[in-house]
Design a protein around this ligand. Structure first.
Ligand SMILES: O=C(O)c1ccc(O)c(O)c1
Ligand SMILES: [Mg+2]
Length: 598
């Protein structure tokens, strides 16, 4: 099916929007009246620009406050409409959206609404235009799709049909099954938007919080299935009013939008990109640093051993059980400090995973970083993190370790360590995009987004993971781009004995993040502990959480550059990430930073 996007969903001038939509691969656009009014181009020039870019103009919108008016006012509305139909002729657009009236003058009279819409459609027909009537969720008298359809049906005019908009339908809690009762040819247009599930006024919700399908809480794919069963064959068009998208660059937003539609099309059986091959583990995490010494000291104190060195580049492999960390001193600039630059994902099918990523518009990275390196499949996540699809020790697939020369045997002591999770701070405008990317490109499942209080702002955190927890990534977004603590990334290492691991780290000279005594007094009130247990946690700065499945104990190293490490012990199938403790941890990190900064 053809794909389309409303110009209101993208930032910039009309021509910037059109260029972004075309580059991302959309077939058409909905032109918003305000974008046209503000454009220096004539309608003919806009038409030509769209043609050059391979875009059809699938909809012109909106016309407002037309139906069920006193006759005099309706006559004025028709006069306005005539002007717009002439404009549409110049634009080469043949469908106009009319949204249900919000005017205080509109009468609660369906027969009058139908009669006037029919007259409007007659005028439209004379200009070669079709009218698609949409119920706004906050329409004065007509606010549901089934009501709008009843009025369209009784108007019974060939140039009048309905426009369905998933936001208006799902935000009101209407049952979308009734869509199947509308003949497909009377559904003139379909607009798609998702939204986070919020309890708020629908107009504010719609104008500020819409997002692309798959980024919110609505079952947009379920709605599309009903629309397809009704026989609709027009475009799938995204219409997203969103405060963040209005401010971010149009190009990446358009790509995010198309990825959302491709994923939706896959879900409903309209597209078949290479099947997802969800990762089965974390092969490695790669830190890029201008100075290997501080981070190597932390790794050493944690019990890691430097086991191998890259044959061609200044990259060391540090290992502790199944936890592998690459320390790369090659490309780093001092300004950036130490950061988590790449993640190796253990993949059942690295080539297939890369093909899927490419089909879903992820930037594919060169397979060889340097001559002589093993050929590795890799893509860039929206935040720039490089994701490698790895087959560790699974000959004959290319193995990233082939690029490394052993310098020491892997240690056997210390228990079964592995990477429990990674936390990646996202640019403020890419949080929803990142969650969708990890879901659709990598096949990870997003969890609920949680708010975490930081002393200097509010953080949002959303985990994406495999069902078995073998891969867990926490995506976070901070209060301000300049806030260092909010910007931090971390690597959580799973051990089967966090107390022993913490003691060993401290004895090796590694400072653990100190946690205030008040926290432990509160823990004592909330949970019962064995004798001495709480004192141990207090002494080491170990935090504690419990869910319906099990318990979670965790503590933190100090921060090097943007990166810190967490030691975690998950017992009994605990599913979370210790979010309840995050405000205390963030405050403690700010305190350390303030202390060391003087
Ligand atoms: O918010 C609005 O006014 C508005 C306008 C046109 C639409 O298609 C829509 O869904 C909402
Ligand atoms: Mg709409």
């Amino acid at each position: 099916m053809r794909t389309s996007i409303a110009t209101v969903s993208l930032s910039g001038s009309l021509t910037e929007k059109l260029t972004a939509a075309s580059r991302a691969g959309f077939d058409g656009v909905e032109i918003f009246e305000n974008d046209l009014l503000a454009s220096p181009l004539t309608p003919e020039e806009i038409r030509a620009r769209c043609a050059d870019l391979g875009l059809s103009i699938d909809l012109y919108q909106p016309m407002r406050d037309i139906e069920a008016l006193p006759e005099e006012e309706f006559a004025r509305a028709l006069r306005r409409a005539r002007h717009k139909f002439e404009l549409m002729g110049r634009l080469g657009a043949d469908t106009v959206l009319v949204c249900s009236s919000v005017s205080p003058h509109a009468l609660d009279d369906d027969a009058l609404a139908a009669e006037q819409l029919s007259r409007l459609a007659g005028l439209a027909e004379d200009h070669g235009v079709r009218v698609a009537y949409e119920a706004l969720a906050w329409g004065r008298h007509i606010s549901t799709y089934d009501h709008a359809w009843q009025v369209v049906r009784s108007a019974d005019h060939p140039a009048l049909g309905t426009c369905l908009d998933s936001f208006h339908i799902l935000s009101r809690g209407s049952d979308p099954k009734g869509i199947e009762d509308i003949p497909g040819e009377k559904i003139f247009f379909l607009q798609l938007a998702d939204a986070p599930l919020l309890a708020m006024d629908v107009l504010q919700w719609s104008r500020h919080y819409r997002c692309f399908p798959g980024q919110g809480g609505f079952d947009v794919a379920g709605l599309v299935r009903h629309v397809l069963r009704a026989g609709y064959r027009g475009p799938l068009s995204l219409e997203v009013f969103n405060d963040v998208f209005r401010q971010s660059e149009a190009g990446p937003t358009a790509v995010d939008a198309r990825r959302s539609l491709l994923t939706l099309q896959e879900t409903v059986g309209l597209a078949a990109p290479p099947a997802p091959a969800p990762p089965t583990g974390i092969a490695f995490a790669e830190l890029v640093t201008p100075d290997a010494a501080p981070v190597s000291a932390v790794l050493g104190a944690l019990g890691f051993t430097r086991t191998a060195r890259h044959r061609g580049k200044p990259v060391d492999l540090w290992q502790h059980g199944e936890a592998r960390v690459l320390v790369n001193t090659g490309p780093a600039e001092r300004r950036d400090g130490t950061r988590l630059a790449a993640v190796g994902l253990e993949s059942p099918d690295p080539a297939g995973a890369a093909r899927r990523a490419e089909a879903l518009l992820a930037p594919v990275l060169p397979r060889r970083r340097a001559p002589g390196d093993a050929e590795l499949e890799a893509v860039a996540a929206p935040d720039g993190t490089e994701l490698f699809f790895c087959a560790t020790g699974r000959s004959p697939l290319p193995d990233w370790r082939a690029d490394f020369e052993d310098v020491a045997p892997a240690p056997h002591d210390g228990g079964p360590w592995r990477v429990d999770h990674l936390s990646l701070a996202q640019p403020w405008h890419q949080f929803d995009e990142a969650a969708l990317f990890h879901r659709s490109v990598l096949g990870l499942r997003p969890q609920e987004s949680v708010d975490v209080a930081d002393p200097y702002g509010l953080l949002r955190s959303r985990a994406v993971s495999t069902d078995d927890g073998a891969v867990r990534i926490a995506l976070t977004v901070g209060p301000a781009p300049t806030d260092d603590t909010a910007h931090a990334q971390h690597l959580a290492l799973a051990t089967d004995d966090v107390v022993a691991a913490a003691r060993r780290y401290r004895e090796a000279g590694g400072p653990l993040l100190p946690i205030p005594a008040n926290y432990y007094d509160d823990l004592a009130a909330r949970f019962e502990f064995a004798d001495g247990e709480l004192e141990t946690y207090r002494e080491l700065g170990i935090l504690y959480d419990r869910d319906a499945h099990g318990t979670f104990r965790h503590c933190y190293t100090h921060t090097v550059g943007r990166v810190f490490f967490e030691l975690v012990q998950r017992d009994g199938g605990y599913r979370g990430y210790g979010a309840a403790n995050a405000p205390v941890r963030l405050a403690a990190q700010h305190a350390v930073r303030a202390f060391t900064a003087g």
